[in-house]
Design a protein around this ligand. Structure first.
Ligand SMILES: NC(=O)c1ccc[n+]([C@@H]2O[C@H](COP(=O)([O-])OP(=O)(O)OC[C@H]3O[C@@H](n4cnc5c(N)ncnc54)[C@H](OP(=O)(O)O)[C@@H]3O)[C@@H](O)[C@H]2O)c1
Length: 314
């Protein structure tokens, strides 16, 4: 996502080099959305896979989100989960990605005007026709998970999960486990906030999501960066970086949870991959959670209008 929109300037050659470095390191999951730069991100993924060693497309798992409606000025106009719209979105994504199938296909946010059964049913038809391999969901609550799973097998739920965003632990994660649905955790670094690299005086571009995100505002930001300093102390004792500690914590939460890290540059990717070598011994995990207890962050994870669109928060 950050290679096309929402986090300031983008650098196409560096983005492609980062995707290549990821594939080279054995990363297989490439997540995109048709609305990330209005097709920009899908075409970037296509270009990167075309220029990668033979067999890269087959080894990669391309996860695509659809449904968000945009306007020419970059604005947002709701979500469309009607079956005809699902087929239309998929036709365009397949073309932009230059592939004959999407590995995991999911609506980014539930369309409140369309029963989830209808949206998932339309994706199930795409599976039957061979255009899609697996059905996913994004930011839905436990009840929607159950309703969707009653229509067709759901492979994966993509949802925010990190040391400072633990809301899924109450009902959503238990429901996913009961239904045998894997979790792709995004925002593992809370969009850079708990990466250890975010400074209070950082200047953000006018369209940077973080300029509007409650957790990055004024007193909330100072409070949250205080939490990062606590993590820095523990990371320092372990000889790892703050980002590696935060990613490793998510990795420690279960084999069914895959951290989806938004690395935009090769150096970020290299740091993130270092999390695979972090092991927690003795009291270390408990120490991390004492330093940043559940609910410790100040501010919601999205601005209020966007929180209202989250089925997972109702
Ligand atoms: N389903 C959904 O609703 C949803 C929502 C959002 C995202 N997603 C998906 O999840 C992916 C990851 O989310 P995200 O990018 O928002 O969250 P993230 O991984 O928490 O944050 C990524 C940001 O953290 C900063 N960072 C600092 N050090 C880093 C390091 N070593 N490795 C990686 N990043 C580092 C970078 O910001 P700077 O480059 O600015 O320093 C980077 O853009 C997205 O690309 C998207 O595909 C899904």
């Amino acid at each position: 996502m950050g290679m096309s929109a929402f986090y300031g300037d983008v650098d196409r050659p560096e983005s492609i080099a980062t995707i290549h470095a990821a594939l080279d390191a054995g990363v297989t999951l490439i997540d995109t959305g048709d609305f990330y730069g209005m097709g920009h991100n899908e075409m970037l993924v296509r270009e990167a896979l075309r220029a990668a060693p033979a067999g890269s497309r087959e080894r990669a798992l391309i996860s695509v989100k659809f449904g968000a409606l945009r306007d020419p000025d970059g604005g947002w106009a709701g979500h469309d989960g009607r079956p005809a719209a699902v087929r239309n979105f998929a036709a365009y994504s397949l073309q932009r990605l230059g592939t004959d199938h999407i590995d995991v296909y999911r609506i980014a946010r539930v369309d409140p005007g369309v029963p989830i059964e209808d949206t998932v049913g339309a994706i199930a038809e795409l599976v039957e026709a061979g255009h899609v391999r697996h059905i996913g969901l994004s930011e839905v609550g436990a009840e929607t998970l159950r309703r969707a799973a009653s229509v067709a097998p759901i492979s994966d739920l993509q949802i925010e999960y990190s040391l400072i965003s633990r809301g899924i632990e109450d009902a959503i994660l238990p429901a996913a486990r009961e239904l045998g649905i894997g979790v792709t955790a995004y925002g593992v670094l809370s969009r850079g906030l708990i990466s250890g690299h975010f400074a209070a005086d950082r200047e953000l571009a006018a369209d940077d999501f973080r300029g509007m995100s409650p957790r990055f505002q004024g007193g909330n930001l100072s409070h949250n960066l205080g939490l990062v300093e606590r993590l820095r102390g523990i990371a320092g004792q372990k000889g790892v970086s703050v980002a590696q500690l935060a990613i490793a914590w998510v990795l420690s939460r279960g084999e069914d949870i895959v951290p989806l890290v938004g690395a935009r540059r090769r150096e970020q990717l290299a740091e993130a991959l270092g999390a695979l070598d972090v092991e927690f011994g003795g009291d270390e995990l408990a120490a991390v959670e004492r330093a940043v207890p559940r609910g410790a962050a100040a501010g919601e994870r999205y601005p209020a209008p966007q929180m209202a669109h989250l089925d997972s928060e109702h």
